[in-house]
Design a protein around this ligand. Structure first.
Ligand SMILES: [Zn+2]
Length: 646
């Protein structure tokens, strides 16, 4: 049985963990379920309207009519439709929705008519008459094909293998195999076809799809793609995947490629290939990841920066990059069973992705900085969320992730059910000898209490494991009222092995007390600052919550006891209150320049003293994912700090 989610390794795959079979994981409550429901009710209807307005469907109608004038939008317009169709596929797996089902049927009928007799399908190429694959470096033809395949897999896994969309995808994939397998080149400037082909192999058992994915990965880095104008690093074509130690270039492309590398390594049992991906993941986490889990710090080329190049105000952190990072980490978690991958998924999900969506689910960030100034102004980027984009990659990417969130909650090994993410959920794991069904209830991430109650269990011993988040310094566990302690050898997890009975409860208490986080000394852009986190949530300071006439630009934190002073902003969530100073002195000036012969550090006097130029105030922090839902004024995650680090 395959998983009813985006990733379903074959029985012979070299993975330590497997996703739950079938509809094994279902969100039932809490913040993640709220996000999923919001995406269904508010975001998807918006996407359908926006795509009709932007021309995504008209482009296909033009292709069907044989028109050669009037194509609208970038070359990859088809991919927006495919990502939306993928989201609809996963949504239909939760519950029927006549409106979404009808849209999918109409779009599928258009795709069937637009598909060429040999299987090729791309509205841009067909309408403009540009020769196929004449500039694969920038035409995104495989990229669009990859998203078509992923959409088809979503529909096949929730609607059945006879779904017409899978037929369309297979005809196209067969054409790709006939055209490119065994040849040299044919590599798209924008990866995703790799992981799509592996998943199609998993779905159909047709081995040439896997071989073509492997070929695309092995041939990358040999300069076969061409010069994009951004250089070969931009396209991950600088050196072969097996010889690359760090991620560079366009972040989303690099991360989709890594997901494909992990998939190919899993299905071919290539431990050497996997090890190279592990090394790049470690380097990305250690030197190129924002506190929010966002990655790809440079606006130029939407790319990774150098190590420790992590500016909070100019962080690019494309939403799609956070999503792609989750997709990669999930595959690494399956391959290795290591909790650090689930830790990064949690960080990127609650912060990097969570902040990209407005509270009403109808506006989105493409770029996710960790600071916005009051005078922020860019002609093409107001710094606030938008309904849609001329390059609309991010919104439907969010929707397909939200629709498939349940997939990322839990895994199994032979006889252990592992819970990686905490939420209201019902989980069913086929373990050797029977099915372990549990209901998880939790107010996470607002509350650290998680109850996992057994509904039914195999008639013998089996394991139930929960992740101990890397940020958590104080976690307590109780089974039916009796404390249990983690085995230190069981890194990042508490595993309880016993003859589970219906009604048994494993209770987890994760201490969510707010904490201070300091930047590593090599991150120049963050030197002298401090941030606040609470549980898995990164916090930020918005102008709207600060006292009186104090400008956010003039606040320096002198952190005291954070935990005892939690509050609440209605509609925004729990706050963290922090002792701070409002700096009243005029900024330094030397000849009119914002520099001085004397250091102008934040005030260092003890709290309460105005002598150093700072008035004591209480600064208010709110969850970062909730920022920009009010007045659109200044925000920052990293604050200047006073006094010694605590
Ligand atoms: Zn994007």
């Amino acid at each position: 049985m395959t998983a009813r989610g985006p990733v379903s390794p074959t029985p012979s795959a070299a993975v330590r963990h497997r996703p739950l079979d079938g509809p094994g994981a279902r969100l039932t409550g809490g913040l993640l379920r709220d996000w999923q429901r919001r995406s269904h009710e508010a975001s998807l209807p918006l996407a359908l309207r926006q795509m009709e307005a932007a021309g995504n469907l008209d482009n296909l109608r033009l292709a069907i009519a044989g028109g050669h004038e009037g194509y609208r939008g970038p070359v990859f317009m088809d991919s927006d439709l495919y990502k939306t169709l993928e989201a609809i596929g996963w949504e239909l797996g939760h519950a029927d929705s006549p409106a979404l089902r009808e849209f999918a049927a109409e779009a599928t009928a258009l795709l069937e008519k637009a598909q060429q007799p040999d299987g090729y399908l791309n509205s841009y190429i067909q309408v403009t008459g540009e020769p196929r694959y004449s500039r694969l470096m920038s035409s995104h033809e495989h990229y669009c094909a990859g998203h078509l395949i992923q959409a088809a897999i979503a529909h096949a896994r929730t609607q059945g293998a006879d779904t017409p969309l899978l037929g369309i995808a297979r005809r196209f994939a067969d054409y790709l195999v006939d055209t490119f397998l065994g040849g040299e080149g044919g590599i798209d400037g924008h990866p995703i076809i790799e992981t799509a082909l592996v998943e199609l192999y998993r779905e159909t058992g047709h081995e040439p799809y896997l071989r073509l994915a492997s070929q695309f990965i092995e041939q990358r880095g040999q300069g076969l793609i061409g010069d994009s104008g951004f250089g070969r690093r931009y396209l991950q074509d600088w050196e072969p995947v097996r010889e690359t130690a760090v991620l560079y270039g366009h972040a989303v492309r690099a991360l989709y490629l890594e997901a494909g590398v992990a998939d190919v390594a899993a299905e071919t049992g290539d431990g050497e290939l996997l090890a190279t991906s592990v090394a790049r993941w470690e380097d990305m986490v250690a030197t190129k990841t924002s506190l929010t889990g966002g990655v790809g710090s440079r606006h130029s080329g939407e790319s990774f920066g150098d190590g420790f190049e992590l500016p909070p105000d100019r962080a690019y952190n494309e939403t799609c990059a956070a999503i792609a990072s989750i997709q990669w980490s999930w595959r690494m978690l399956l391959a290795t069973g290591e909790s650090r991958y689930a830790d990064l998924i949690e960080r990127a999900l609650y912060n990097g992705v969570g902040a990209a969506i407005s509270a009403n689910g109808q506006r989105f960030f493409y770029v996710n900085p960790l600071q916005r100034r009051d005078d922020h102004y860019e002609e093409d980027d107001p710094g606030r969320r938008n309904e849609w984009f001329s390059c609309a990659c991010c919104p439907p990417n969010i929707m397909r992730l939200m629709a498939s969130l349940g997939h990322y909650l839990a895994t199994t090994t032979n006889d252990v059910l592992y819970v990686h993410q905490f939420a209201g959920a019902s989980l069913a794991a086929n373990l050797g000898g029977g099915t372990l069904r549990v209901d998880m209830t939790s107010g996470y991430p607002w509350s650290g209490q998680v109850d996992v109650q057994v509904r039914s269990a195999p008639p013998r011993d089996c394991g139930l494991a929960v992740r101990i988040p890397g940020w958590c310094r104080d976690a307590r566990f109780v089974v039916n009222g009796s404390p249990v302690t983690p085995d230190p050898a069981d890194l990042g997890y508490l595993t309880v092995r016993r003859h589970w009975m219906p009604g048994d409860v494993l209770r987890c208490d994760l201490n969510l007390t707010a904490r201070l986080t300091y930047p590593g000394r090599r991150i120049d852009a963050l030197r002298g600052t401090v941030a606040v986190e609470r549980g898995p949530l990164v916090y930020c300071f918005e102008q709207a919550d600060q006292p009186g006439d104090v400008s956010l630009e003039d606040i320096a934190l002198s952190p005291g006891d954070l935990a005892a002073r939690d509050g609440e902003v209605p509609g925004i969530g729990p706050t963290v209150l922090v002792e701070a100073h409002a700096v009243r002195q005029e900024p330094a000036r030397q000849g009119g320049l914002p520099y001085s012969g004397q250091p102008e550090d934040p005030p260092t006097a003890p709290s309460g003293s105005a002598a150093a130029g700072g008035d004591p105030i209480t600064a208010v922090a709110v969850p970062y994912f909730q920022w920009d839902n009010r007045d659109g004024r200044a925000m920052r995650v990293w604050m200047p700090r006073t006094g010694p680090a605590q």
